[in-house]
Design a protein around this ligand. Structure first.
Ligand code: FAD
Length: 502
């Protein structure tokens, strides 16, 4: 028997991503004896966090608020930044979720966002300006305009965020049990948490604890739960990140009396390379994303457009775009660009192999040759592009703003960044659906305590990150997942440690 099996820990944290470690490090700093459980083997550790682009959405008044976080890692003279206020963040959450986001939880998230990023920088997480995801680089411009609200990312993206958190845990002498899957919450007759049953290298046994923090992600990597909650078509989609977030602790929390909360039939799903692997791979991390579609014309295999590609900046539409692609035949979409828009492609497109041609009929031939078995409708594709080109209105194309340069007479219209596809070379990238994380989960309060159906905290049970529901519905503003996990991770760690003392 190992020491960890004999010891009753103050706080056991389930999971080893950003949400888990922000909780574990905080609880440790409060003086608690902390143990972390990681279901994955050591080489695959770190959850979705390790796959991320490292973008955090938080409030700031201007570059002066960012410089102390970025420190010497980057040059502020090379970027332009617009203030992102409390009101902006709350409005973004409100509008993309159709007014459904939990007002109390989202206010905590927003109000503690800046302070939490400063705290992470203080701990040793390195930051840089986010020039990669959602930023617009206009040829010849002296400065890159940083995305509204998403101005920073962790330097070295999710890979370095994850390795830094593991290093900090090691320095804080927090033990981590690998290949150890939490599966049942053990409670006393009065409902208090007393332990967690795990399945690990030593078999199945119970680890004693005074408080438990659940940070074990959503259920997106579980095809059975995807089918049950998201719907049948979701069983076959590709998973962008870790294969280990399979939702058993959501079920365990519900069995222990937790309230289910949020949009259980909803998820964050984006366009990714049609040739991406079935699960995320660490050599690719988030590089299979295909998010430059606002500057494309996007058609399905029947050659039809099906969505307003230019509804908003991609950081406000990408998370729901997967849902738009899913009902298309073979869950596939082709994003078509020409000479004018190719320079605007995110560098992540370099991981793909587009069809390339000097005329649209030739491009159609190449797509057909490549996807012959899928029955691409070439003639309709050309008809659609002809109608699109004819519907494009005048005005000045400007990728930096919602330029209002649109089509008229199409269904659906393209309402921003509509330029004709008329200058070779032409490129078509095939995209499919990649699920990132699920929106439904368990209910927490402003102290990250898990609530029962009477809205009472379950004594000793806390949660943070993807496992919690009520924040996101239908859609999501980029960079909020990591921020939510960290804000509520700190709260969970603080309150779990205090609970054990009380
Ligand atoms: C490709 C990609 C790119 C992304 N980019 C961004 C971005 O730039 N910005 C952003 O904000 N968000 C991004 N996200 C979303 C982001 O990853 C999540 O919102 C965030 O990482 C969730 O953190 P978490 O700690 O809750 O979950 P995770 O980081 O997934 O951690 C969950 C942990 O729990 C473990 N686990 C699961 N079940 C058990 C169990 N039963 N017992 C023990 N351990 C268990 C897992 O192995 C894992 O270690 C991205 C996601 C992906 C996939």
């Amino acid at each position: 028997m190992q020491d960890s099996e004999r010891t009753v820990f103050d706080v056991v944290v389930v999971g080893a991503g950003n949400a888990a470690f922000t909780a574990a490090l905080t609880a440790r700093a409060e003086g608690a004896r902390v143990l972390v459980l990681e279901k994955a083997p050591k080489e695959l550790r770190g959850g979705n966090t390790r796959f991320t682009g490292g973008v955090f959405r938080f409030t700031y008044n201007g570059i002066e608020d960012l410089i102390p976080i970025v420190r010497g890692n980057d040059n502020p003279d090379t970027v332009r930044v617009q203030p992102y206020t409390r009101a902006d963040y709350l409005r973004d959450l409100e509008r993309v979720t159709g007014g459904r986001t939990d007002p109390q939880l989202s206010a905590v998230l927003v109000d503690r966002s800046y302070d939490t990023v400063c705290w992470m920088a203080e701990l040793g997480v390195p930051w840089e300006f986010n020039r990669a995801v959602g930023a617009v680089t206009i040829a010849g411009a002296a400065k890159v305009k940083l995305p509204f609200g998403g101005a920073l990312r962790t330097k070295g993206e999710g890979v370095v965020l994850s390795s830094t958190l593991f290093r900090l845990a090691e320095e804080a002498e927090i033990p981590i049990l690998y290949e150890t899957q939490a599966q049942r919450i053990v409670t006393a007759p009065d409902g208090r948490v007393t332990g967690i049953e795990v399945r690990g290298p030593a078999g199945t046994h119970v680890l004693g604890c005074h408080a438990l923090v659940l940070a074990s992600g959503g259920f997106q990597a579980n095809p059975e739960m995807r089918t049950a909650y998201l719907g049948p078509n979701w069983s076959l989609v590709k998973v962008r990140g870790t294969r280990f977030n399979t939702g058993e602790m959501i079920r365990a929390a519900l069995a222990a009396g937790a309230q289910s909360y949020g949009e259980w039939s909803g998820c964050h799903a984006t366009p990714i390379d049609a040739d991406a692997p079935t699960y995320g791979e660490l050599r690719l991390t988030d590089k299979t994303n295909r998010l430059s579609y606002p500057f494309s014309v996007m058609v399905n295999l029947d050659g039809d457009r099906f969505v307003d590609e230019g509804e908003d900046f991609n950081l406000y539409t990408y998370a729901k775009m997967g849902r738009e692609i899913l009902p298309q035949r073979s869950a596939m979409a082709l994003q078509v660009f020409d000479r004018k828009t190719i320079p605007l492609l995110e560098t992540r497109y370099n991981t793909g192999t587009p069809a390339v041609a000097d005329s649209l009929p030739e491009l159609a031939e190449r797509i057909e040759a490549r996807y012959r078995s899928l029955g691409f409708r070439k003639a309709n594709f050309l008809k659609t592009l002809e109608a699109y080109n004819a519907a494009v209105q005048g005005g000045t194309f400007n990728p930096d703003i919602l330029d209002g340069k649109r089509t008229v007479g199409l269904r659906p219209e393209k309402t921003n960044w509509a330029t004709r596809l008329d200058e070779p070379p032409f490129r078509a990238y095939a995209a499919t659906v990649g699920i990132t994380f699920t929106f439904g989960g368990i209910r927490i309060n402003a102290e990250a305590a898990v609530l029962d159906y009477l809205e009472r905290p379950i004594p000793g049970l806390f949660a943070t990150g993807e496992i919690t529901g009520g924040f996101f519905y239908l859609n999501y503003p980029a960079g909020t997942g990591l921020m939510r996990g960290a804000v509520f991770g700190r709260l969970a760690g603080t309150h779990a440690a205090r609970f054990t003392r009380g």
